[in-house]
Design a protein around this ligand. Structure first.
Ligand code: ADP
Ligand code: MG
Length: 700
């Protein structure tokens, strides 16, 4: 009889209702299948035995053979602990139990050789092992030991309730007995042959009970590949289905707007990267499918002009276009920048934000619906139901991580059929991550800054050099430049942070007194109007220094600002530092970024600061960031279920990911509907995948 892997875990011998409840609540294991996909975190060598005098103070897991010479109960603050003296021929140590003492006391015997296993502590000049795994040496010798014993993920509650690693290992063994270790193959013969992959059954056996190190690494490779392969397959399929199902508006021609602008009004020569990206976008717009493209480009790489020229193609084909930005300041900035260009071309453009007046709004609504208005710029206000377009052909979203996916899709429903969508982000997402997270979008990258930009000089200074920094600021202001001083604002320590900001503001005000110097201050506790007022004063050049929290992080463009001072820089993440630095270096002058810190720096902070000083390449910085923080924290990816990987690691298994993507692509290229007999196994797996909570719930 074959065992159904969807059988509830309660039915497995050795589990029972209590343990089943714990497995469900603690490890999300509901079925046999969930258990088989509980992959070990690591492996330890159970063929090695330590002598007590070989133990080291590194809290490692060790295995020791010895005898118990006696038991003691030691009173402590709450209750008591049971201590056993344990010795071998080289020394002695203590075994300690805080719970289950009665049972331990009754079942363990003095004077008999035991094998103990667990983590050691060094305490009061002695080694001790709390709650060891313990068995008689005679029993121990009857069991097969491996040099690579699996250590499973666990929780405190599980170990408190006696579900130790040994228990998990035992029920895992039982599962292999029940299923005879036979599992349905989930990859096609061709892929298996080409990549010399071991079978599903062999992989599962060896991931839990590795026979040799070689087989273990083969098992890991196969399972990682499989996981990444099906994620990629899913993403690529989504993209293909999207393209075939959802008809876009074909923007067939490039007409007067585009050509006139290109020939007569382009304010600068486009970079090669801008040209390439524009070509990619135009290809999408001209095809029959709806565009769904992510445009990545470092701060200052010139995404706005690309957006504008894409909109011109839309206008040339008789459609309306919109550009949505996450903040009022940014939309105003876009509007002011694009208004001039539009005037030259006789294009009707408007701005709609939360603070647009009612009469203005009414006019905008009307002109949108009758088609008079061609381009609409704005904030979330664009998403309101009242905002109806006559024929929205292209929607562009700037700084996408500030908007959720739902908001994106809201734009779609403003039309009978969905407009083309271009999402722009200045958060450089490393290729590998982008492939997994945005694999269903097409991606364009502007990987080149406009010529003639002077690289921003970045330095790291300690707080005790502040006077020199002030002197430097004075010199720059004397040259007519403007300065940003940014303070961290971390939610948990909000009060302290405001104090830091205010203290800083005060000391800067003392050092740079009115009326010679004018200072703006902007922080999150201010009313939006006041914030805007202060911001605008700085934008207009009426103030010399802008003291702010990270509210200025995104997109603000003040070309005359040439110095960015970041206080407590060690408290910022790398990508945030990079975004902040991107606020300067926008004009013709040499710009500077000064990272201020105290002397107390963690290794991680040091790496971040060094990276900033060394590199101005957003993608390189993002790669370092990814290594330091792991993928879960990178902006905008938190919500992404795609990153709930069981066994693969986006950072470390980059190469496997690329292989998986390559194979997923080539399978679908040959056979987009997965109808060929040799792809039956992939089709079946893929079909079943969607029924379960995650991919691994099906892949076995
Ligand atoms: P971002 O990609 O950060 O949104 P912007 O579109 O705001 O960058 O462009 C930054 C600045 O660079 C703007 O002042 C813009 O006019 C200018 N710029 C964009 N492209 C070029 C180019 N090819 N040559 C020179 N300057 C450019
Ligand atoms: Mg921008």
């Amino acid at each position: 009889m074959s065992v159904n892997l969807q059988t509830p875990i309660d039915y497995l011998k050795g589990v029972g209702p209590n343990r089943a409840d714990l497995l469900r609540s603690e490890l999300d294991i509901h079925t046999y299948q969930d258990l088989i996909n509980l992959f070990p975190n690591r492996y330890i060598d159970r063929t090695k035995y330590y002598k007590i005098n070989e133990l080291q103070r590194n809290n490692a897991e060790v295995q020791v053979i010895g005898v118990i010479t006696g038991f003691r109960e030691v009173a402590q603050k709450r209750g008591k602990r049971l201590v056993a003296d344990f010795k071998d021929d080289t020394g002695s140590m203590e075994l300690v139990w805080f719970r289950g003492q009665k049972w331990i006391r009754e079942s363990l015997k003095t004077g008999k050789p035991y094998v103990i296993f667990g983590k050691t502590n060094w305490f009061s000049s002695k080694y001790s092992m709390p709650h060891p795994e313990i068995e008689l040496q005679t029993e121990h010798d009857n069991n097969l030991r491996s040099a690579m014993q699996a250590i499973y993920p666990s929780t405190e509650k599980l170990s408190n309730k006696g579900i130790t690693n040994r228990v998990i290992t035992k029920i895992m063994q039982q599962l292999f007995l029940d299923t005879k270790g036979k599992f349905v193959e989930t990859l096609s013969d061709l892929v298996m042959r080409e990549l010399k992959l071991i079978s599903k059954s062999d992989a599962l056996f060896n991931i839990h009970f590795p026979k040799t190190p070689e087989l273990l690494s083969k098992a890991q490779f196969r399972l990682k590949f499989e996981e990444l392969f099906y994620i990629q397959l899913q993403l690529i399929l989504k993209n293909l289905i999207h393209k075939s199902k959802i008809k876009g508006f074909p923007f067939e021609k490039v007409g007067d707007y585009f050509n006139t602008f290109y020939n007569s009004h382009l304010p600068f020569e486009l970079t090669n990267a801008q040209k390439r990206v524009l070509k990619e976008i135009r290809q999408d717009l001209g095809s029959n499918a709806q565009m769904n493209r992510l445009l990545q480009g470092d701060v200052g790489s010139g995404k706005t002009i690309v957006a504008f020229m894409s909109m011109l193609v839309g206008l040339d084909n008789g459609f309306q276009c919109c550009l949505m930005a996450p903040t009022e300041i940014l939309s105003v900035q876009h509007y002011n920048g694009l208004k001039e260009l539009c005037n030259k071309l006789n294009i009707r453009i408007s701005l709609l934000t939360g603070s647009s007046k009612t009469s203005e709004r009414r006019k905008i609504h009307e002109n949108l619906e009758n088609g008079n208005l061609q381009i609409l710029i704005g904030t979330h206000a664009l998403l309101e139901d009242k905002v109806k377009f006559k024929n929205l052909g292209l929607a562009i979203i700037d700084e996408q991580h500030r908007f959720g996916v739902q908001q994106r899709s809201k734009l779609w429903h403003k039309n009978t059929s969905p407009p083309h969508v271009l999402v722009m982000t200045a958060t450089p997402i490393p290729r590998t991550l982008a492939m997994s997270v945005y694999g269903d979008l097409d991606i364009s990258v502007i990987d080149e800054l406009p010529a003639g930009r002077k690289p921003i000089k970045t330095v790291h200074r300690f707080d005790n050099n502040r006077l020199k920094v002030f002197k430097f600021i004075k010199d720059e202001i004397a040259k007519g430049r403007q300065i940003y001083v940014v303070y961290p604002l971390i939610q948990e320590s909000e009060k302290m942070d405001y104090k830091d900001l205010m203290d800083g503001y005060e000391s800067i005000s003392r050092e740079f007194p009115m009326p010679k110097y004018q200072i703006s201050i902007v922080h999150g506790k201010m009313k939006p109007d006041d914030k805007d007022y202060e911001m605008q004063r700085f934008v207009r050049g009426e103030t010399n220094i802008m003291v702010a929290t990270t509210v200025i992080e995104v997109g603000v463009n003040v070309p005359n600002a040439s110095v960015m001072i970041i206080e407590s820089a060690e408290r910022f993440g790398l990508s945030q530092l990079h975004q902040l630095r991107g606020r300067v270096g926008r004009g013709a002058e040499q710009s500077f970024c000064i990272l201020m810190t105290s002397h107390k720096l963690s290794q991680n902070s040091k790496t971040r600061l060094e990276t900033m000083v060394r590199s101005s390449d957003g993608f390189e910085i993002a790669e370092v960031d990814l290594k330091l923080r792991g993928p879960g924290d990178i902006m905008g990816t938190q919500q992404s279920g795609v990153l709930n990987l069981r066994i693969a690691d986006i950072v470390k298994d980059k190469d496997i990911l690329e292989q998986a993507r390559y194979y997923a692509k080539s399978v679908l290229k040959l056979d987009p509907s997965l109808g060929l007999p040799e792809h039956k196994v992939i089709l079946n797996t893929y079909r079943e995948m969607s029924k379960y909570r995650n991919i691994w719930n099906y892949i076995s």
